[in-house]
Design a protein around this ligand. Structure first.
Ligand code: FAD
Length: 499
């Protein structure tokens, strides 16, 4: 009997092709045989254009050349997300992929900044973030290789056409030996003894069996949810938005290296600049406005004329009670969904497949491996969930029931403690793995106006005068470097113009 494990991936959206590409590219055909089934008739969800820097690790691990991938997916660079009107209306802040300043005498930069800001006029914290300054100026360059340089203190991700990215990964996977089957799965056969998925029956009559089944069937969750009956845990009471309407518009004249998320009465609107067009969508609560009202609001809030018909999608925030049950692992929308405010879904796909590779089972999985996998995935989901809730909870708007509800709602204990710790003395919890790093939390806390009552006592080891000098020379150095950078648009034209 062959020692190779046979893995069947159901679904050819971003999750399906990322899973197949990683299995074929990392585990290779020495360890597993991969078959992917997709149905063009059913299609994919067709949204998901913004990413976070972790995607670069995924692509690098597979040996994907960046300029080629960017050319083929019409990608642009992303240094962060601009949040407009999330604190008070009329305000804007950027959550950057990078740090604020540098530690002074071993204590976090923001603690020193807070100490001065409480008593004096100082530039806002974001003036000391390289990535924020580059975003606001519409500039881009790669981080410096010298890790101590001021222009090394940031990272970057991409905006891309997710359909083209899946297509790119499909070509990659097929070159690495993944077998693709086109067709609709009409029946899932399970073993009467173990309850494991045994095979998938296609409309054509073909039967596909395997050792493991990766369920990338989208919101329907055909294998883990429908067949194995793993329940969906709803987080709608914390993340109330349950719908989105998406539309593409013409390419914009302003081409910033960041996503924009503008808070609105019933949710928020995204703007994602790609090389050839702009992606837009309104994520909203259907308890507050109808699909038609959301569509009118989206279209009237566009910077550029629409070039496609608006498309409405329904979803619910939450996840399956476990991501891996028996011999079935749900990756992507079939395993859970957290709204795209921080562009985390593709990351959750990536981390799911990387954890699977780390815990790669033999033909039969050890139950401890399954438990560990589920623990890791739960942790990732809960951290992303808490970070998303933070944006809603700290809003200072009073123009709709949604925002008032979010201000008052009871948040998970894990988040409540984080907010309290920051509110007391600006402390931000650190963890070694997973999203999000302290600068991300800091960006949102401060961006939405949560000013700590106190600072860490250790800031007292340096004089205020020294801190003022450090702030001033840092700001001068950032401003000078950013002024020397190329415009984002010109950078792309030289590096990876879409063919
Ligand atoms: P799908 O794209 O739905 O693919 C499902 C696949 O399963 C398809 O190929 C389908 O044909 C196949 N299939 C289903 N049933 C059968 C069957 N019976 N037989 C055969 N094949 C079948 N993520 C981000 O990271 N960044 C973003 O900016 C972002 N924005 C988003 C905005 C919105 C409004 C939404 C809803 C999601 C967004 N996402 C974003 C999430 C992102 O779109 C998804 O995580 C990603 O596309 C993965 O989808 P998927 O592959 O799991 O499912």
């Amino acid at each position: 009997m062959s020692k190779k494990i046979k893995i069947v991936v159901l679904g050819g959206g971003t999750a399906g092709w990322m899973s197949a590409a990683a299995l074929a590219g990392v585990a290779t055909d020495k360890v597993c045989e991969v078959v992917l089934i997709e149905s063009e008739e059913i299609g994919t969800v067709g949204v998901g254009e913004a990413t976070i820097p972790a995607i670069r690790e995924f692509n690098d691990r597979l040996g994907i050349p960046e300029p080629e991938m960017m050319r083929k997916t019409h990608a642009t660079f992303k240094l962060g997300i601009e949040f407009v009107d999330w604190g008070e209306r009329g305000t804007s802040y950027i959550h950057p992929f990078g740090t604020y300043g540098k530690t002074i005498a071993g204590t976090d930069f923001h603690q020193h900044w807070l100490r001065l800001a409480r008593a004096h006029q100082v530039p806002p914290l974001e003036a000391f973030s390289f990535a924020v300054n580059a975003c606001r100026a519409g500039k881009f360059d790669f981080p410096a290789e010298n890790k101590t340089a001021i222009d090394a203190a940031y990272s970057y991700a991409y905006h891309f056409d997710a359909g083209l990215y899946a297509r790119y990964l499909r070509d990659f996977s097929e070159r690495k030996g993944v077998k693709r089957l086109e067709g609709k799965v009409v029946q899932v056969q399970t073993s009467p003894d173990s309850g494991h998925v045994h095979s998938l029956l296609l409309e054509s009559g073909e039967k596909v069996s395997g050792d493991y089944f990766i369920d990338c069937s989208g919101f329907r969750s055909l294998l883990l949810g429908e067949t194995l009956g793993v329940a969906f845990e709803s987080w709608k009471h914390w993340l109330a938005c349950d719908s989105a309407v998406a539309v593409a518009s013409e390419r914009g004249a302003f081409f910033p290296p960041c996503t924009r998320a503008t808070a609105k009465g019933a949710g928020w609107q995204w703007r994602i600049p790609l090389q050839h067009r702009t992606g837009n969508g309104y994520v909203y609560s259907s308890d507050i406005i109808s699909n038609d009202e959301a569509t009118v609001s989206l279209l009237s809030g566009l910077d550029e004329p629409a070039i496609t018909e608006p498309r409405t999608l329904r979803f619910e925030a939450g996840k399956r009670a476990c991501a891996w049950d028996k011999n079935c692992i749900a990756i992507g929308l079939s395993g859970g969904f957290l709204e795209p405010l921080e562009s985390t879904s593709i990351y959750l796909i990536q981390i799911a497949i990387i954890n699977f590779l780390k815990l790669m089972p033999g033909k039969v999985a050890d139950p401890r491996v399954i438990r560990e996998y589920n623990r890791l995935i739960d942790l990732e989901y809960e951290r992303v969930r808490d970070f998303l809730i933070l944006h809603y909870h700290l809003n200072r708007r009073d123009d709709s029931v949604l925002w008032r509800y979010c201000q008052r709602m009871a948040v998970p204990d894990s988040l409540r403690e984080k907010i309290e710790l920051f509110g007391r003395r600006g402390y931000i919890e650190q963890y070694r793995h997973g999203l999000f790093a302290p600068p991300s939390w800091l960006g949102v806390y401060m961006g939405q106006g949560l000013m700590p009552e106190n600072v860490e006592p250790l800031v007292g080891v340096v004089t205020e005068e020294r801190v003022r000098d450090e702030l001033s020379s840092l700001k001068t150095a950032i401003d000078r470097k950013v002024a020397q950078m190329q415009d984002h648009e010109a950078f792309i034209a030289g590096y990876c113009p879409a063919g």
